[in-house]
Design a protein around this ligand. Structure first.
Ligand code: GSH
Length: 217
């Protein structure tokens, strides 16, 4: 048994972010899967862990942390090597902005509960929900492609040649895009960085299909 416990769902992209950060830091942890499709996140047992009813949550150091980005920043402060944020303030602002593009401008609009609400309240069928997902992913990822392609600080990864917070968010988003058949070839820089992440064992460890609660698509 480990001192760290992750509450997760294999397909959850925000959980994928935290799994990638834990793996990049070389941390071992207990895995607790909650089936979002079945509504486990609304059970009393889960709401006692996170009253917001969202994964991930991380138990660590006697704390229960929620929200993937603050969780990752906590891990980065607590276990500084390898760093997930640059050493300089300008670099940190850039990486946090790239991460926020995904975490604030794409994910909240495309979350499971939002798609379901579109269906329930406005009659959006699966095709309409997929079009909604693609629209918000494409709007921000096209801008992100421009930003990354036009900045010399972009390297093998979003910022230089080591993976960090922005790559973690990008990796999880690109996996989500695949579920909606969004062709990543339209973003050559993003596709190249995604491939670089995919080649690293830490990201393979974080991938949905390698989780204990994974079920075939
Ligand atoms: N901003 C939160 C978002 C967490 C979130 O939305 N998690 C999704 C899975 S990716 C979830 O638990 N959804 C449950 C639902 O939609 O009912 C974070 O970054 O941790």
């Amino acid at each position: 048994m480990s001192d760290i416990r992750l509450h997760s769902y294999f397909r959850s992209s925000t959980s994928t972010r935290v799994r990638a950060a834990l793996a990049l830091k070389g941390l071992t942890y207990d895995y607790m899967g909650w089936d979002l499709r079945k509504g486990d996140q609304r059970s009393d047992a889960f709401l006692a862990i996170n009253p917001q009813g969202l994964v991930p949550a991380l138990e660590i150091d006697g704390l229960v942390l929620n929200q993937s980005i603050p969780i990752i920043e906590y891990l980065d402060e607590r276990f500084p090597e390898p760093p997930l944020l640059p050493q300089d303030a300008a670099g940190r602002a850039r990486v946090r902005a790239l991460a926020a593009m995904i975490a604030c401008e794409i994910h909240p609009l495309n979350n499971l509960r939002v798609l379901r609400y579109l269906g329930r309240a406005f009659g959006a069928d699966a095709d309409a929900q997929a079009a909604w997902f693609a629209h918000w992913a494409q709007t921000t990822l096209s801008a992100m492609e421009q930003i990354l392609a036009g900045d010399g600080r972009t390297g093998d990864f979003c910022h230089g040649n080591q993976p960090g917070l922005a790559d973690i968010c990008l990796y999880a988003q690109m996996l989500n895009n695949r579920r909606f058949d969004i062709d990543s070839a339209q973003w050559p820089t993003l596709a190249r960085i995604f491939a670089a992440c995919n080649a690293l064992p830490a990201f393979a460890q974080a991938a949905p299909e390698t989780q204990p609660d994974a079920v075939p698509a």
